[in-house]
Write a protein that binds this ligand. Structure first.
Ligand SMILES: NC(=O)c1ccc[n+]([C@@H]2O[C@H](COP(=O)([O-])OP(=O)(O)OC[C@H]3O[C@@H](n4cnc5c(N)ncnc54)[C@H](OP(=O)(O)O)[C@@H]3O)[C@@H](O)[C@H]2O)c1
Length: 244
């Protein structure tokens, strides 16, 4: 088949949706798979993309990233339909805050780390055989500057609401770089989209999700070798590496 096959997790809303929107506007020849945990929401998102004038091939696929059977089913379906995957964007994530008395601390940490780290590992390894069938395989993991210990200790970030979330993004950065070491023929990136207006933060972020998507879009469409495996951001002043 001509064109690339691109799958974005958690793409029914927010930054994941914006990544599909911006990428398909820029590269309509590719196929975009919206991996979602509700097919109804996936179909609504596809309708919205059509209303925005997107002409690309769009597919919705059921994949709760914490559900191993759904991950295996989604990988099998992509394999049968397309025979390869060119770009995997691990975008789905969650946050959580333990109660003031910490009575639920284990449950909150386990859930945030399960969605934001363990599930990224599970999804990435499940799709690795299909990525290896691509001529230019890439994985982009949506992280956050909140995962930068350098920025935290330099006190340049506002105080966080969710420590488990920051821990998960630091772990995601390490996970990404470890898999990059193990799979040197593939490109692995982590990105910080910046503080965007999404359901995640009650729509309080100052950036439009499409602006936040830009860093991932640039890494997805750039010439191979232009950017090294690292944590990248684009706050409107070009591509910049975020210190770990
Ligand atoms: N917004 C920001 O300011 C900001 C800043 C830095 C980094 N980020 C990162 O950007 C990414 C997207 O966040 P967002 O701001 O766009 O938030 P969002 O609008 O709340 O979107 C999160 C997406 O993840 C999906 N999701 C959550 N748990 C899932 C699961 N178990 N299986 C499958 N999908 C699941 C959600 O699905 P449902 O709709 O079904 O819940 C939703 O589509 C995240 O990785 C986040 O950490 C966001």
């Amino acid at each position: 088949m001509t064109g690339k096959v691109i799958l974005v997790t958690g793409s029914n809303q927010g930054i994941g949706f914006a990544i599909v929107q911006a990428l398909s506007q820029r590269a309509p020849e590719h196929t975009y798979i919206l991996a979602v945990r509700s097919l109804d929401f996936g179909h609504q998102a596809i309708r919205k993309l059509r209303e925005l004038g997107i002409t690309s091939r769009l597919e919705g696929i059921l994949m709760d990233v914490t559900d191993d059977a759904q991950i295996a089913g989604a990988a099998a379906r992509v394999g049968e339909k397309f025979g390869k995957l060119d770009l995997l964007v691990n975008n789905a994530a969650t946050a959580g805050v333990p109660k003031p008395d910490n009575s639920d601390i284990r449950q909150v940490y386990d859930n945030v780390l399960s969605v934001n780290v363990t599930s990224v590992a599970a999804v990435t390894y499940a799709f690795l055989p299909l990525l290896k069938k691509s001529e230019d395989p890439r994985v982009i993991n949506i992280s956050s500057a909140r995962g930068s210990i350098t920025r935290l200790t330099a006190k340049v970030m506002p105080k966080t609401i969710s420590i488990p979330y920051c821990v998960s993004k630091a772990a995601l950065n390490m996970l990404t770089m470890e898999i990059a070491e193990a799979e040197p023929e593939m490109l692995f990136y982590v990105v910080s989209p910046g503080h965007c207006k999404t359901a995640f933060n009650g729509f309080r972020g100052p950036r439009d999700p499409v602006e936040g998507a830009e860093v991932a879009v640039e890494l997805a469409l750039s010439e191979r070798g232009m950017y090294k495996s690292a944590l990248w951001e684009n706050e409107g002043n070009g591509m910049t590496e975020v210190p770990w």
